[in-house]
Design a protein around this ligand. Structure first.
Ligand SMILES: *[C@@H]1O[C@H](CO)[C@@H](O)[C@H](O)[C@H]1NC(C)=O
Ligand SMILES: *[C@@H]1O[C@H](CO)[C@@H](O)[C@H](O)[C@H]1NC(C)=O
Ligand SMILES: *[C@@H]1O[C@H](CO)[C@@H](O)[C@H](O)[C@H]1NC(C)=O
Length: 278
């Protein structure tokens, strides 16, 4: 019995190796806090029980009773057609479906998202309840190797560690994600991605359900990025003096599974030239 329990615990911890899953989404039983930010990119989740990804509408998870300043309205009469409108628009990253009082027609609000660019750099977005967050980079989740369009280079953070780029983004609520980019000459750069509609935070509205795009498919993570993610996670472990034997037992399986992923990757983009703007 005791051994079985130990093994179970070790397995749970190994799953959390480089990532920590924030609390489970509980189907609206507790309120989403006003600190919630709408992700401006499609979030990957391989644990739909925690994230609720695809539970109500395929390709979306829901954020109940919160809505943001929206970018467009679509004239549709149901939540399903609102989802359809968002699916069809590549600028759309999520939508709010609002049922006004007095039998007035449904309101379908669409939100604009970031556009990925595959080039050098590692990009992170604000983490979300129910999704896996990066250890050692409080409050962020790895998005992809590459960047997005329309970043703002933070000159004061050039050649500063990635953690500084993350902290500065976290402090600015308009900042929904960042790219840390290391040039071939080892110079490093910090880019922030701002979305003005995020700045004011959400409004609470009991007649609204917001749906945000998600996927069950995490893109293969290139070797260089994996090295960075491991480093971030292990820095945090070093910093925690009380890290137990159990945690160390959990390390090995994670390292193995990450190595498996590396071999699948062809990271031509990641080793390309650095001359153009990212
Ligand atoms: C989810 O992904 C992480 C790493 O990305 C992996 O360690 C874990 O085993 C996966 N979990 C499931 C249930 O597939
Ligand atoms: C989402 O699905 C759950 C059950 O799976 C249901 O209880 C809930 O009412 C649904 N929410 C919306 C907004 O459709
Ligand atoms: C440090 O590790 C212990 C268990 O080993 C854990 O309970 C605690 O939350 C960790 N602290 C931080 C800051 O990660």
């Amino acid at each position: 019995m005791a051994i079985a329990a130990f093994v179970r615990a070790a397995v749970t911890i190994s799953f959390a190796g480089a990532l920590s899953i924030s609390e489970k989404v509980d189907g609206g039983k507790s309120k989403w806090p006003m600190e919630t930010d709408l992700p401006r990119t499609v979030l990957a989740s391989n644990n739909s029980e925690f994230s609720g990804c695809g539970k109500n509408i395929s390709g979306y998870f829901l954020i109940e009773s919160l809505m943001w300043e929206s970018t467009w309205l679509a004239k549709v009469s149901s939540t399903a057609s609102c989802a359809n409108a968002c699916d069809k628009n590549e600028d759309c990253v999520g939508f709010s479906s609002r049922k006004p009082t007095g039998g007035k027609p449904l309101q379908c609000h669409l939100y604009r998202g970031l556009h990925k660019k595959l080039h050098r750099g590692n990009s992170f977005v604000r983490c979300m309840k129910g999704f896996e967050c990066q250890k050692g980079l409080g409050g962020f989740k790895f998005s992809h190797a590459g960047t997005w369009r329309d970043g703002k280079m933070i000159e004061a953070l050039a050649d500063e560690p990635i953690e500084q780029c993350a902290v500065a983004c976290k402090r600015n609520r308009a900042c929904v994600g960042f790219t840390h980019y290391v040039g071939t000459d080892d110079d490093s750069y910090c880019f922030h991605f701002e979305n003005e509609d995020n700045k004011e935070g959400p409004k609470r509205d009991m007649r609204t359900v917001t749906y945000s795009k998600c996927t069950h498919e995490q893109e293969p993570i290139p070797h260089e990025s994996m090295v960075l993610l491991r480093q971030l996670a292990s820095k945090k472990d070093d910093a925690n003096q009380s890290s137990s034997l159990l945690e160390q037992q959990g390390e090995a399986p994670v390292a193995a599974s990450m190595l498996e992923q590396q071999s699948e990757v062809v990271d031509g983009e990641a080793t390309g030239a650095v001359d153009e703007e990212i």
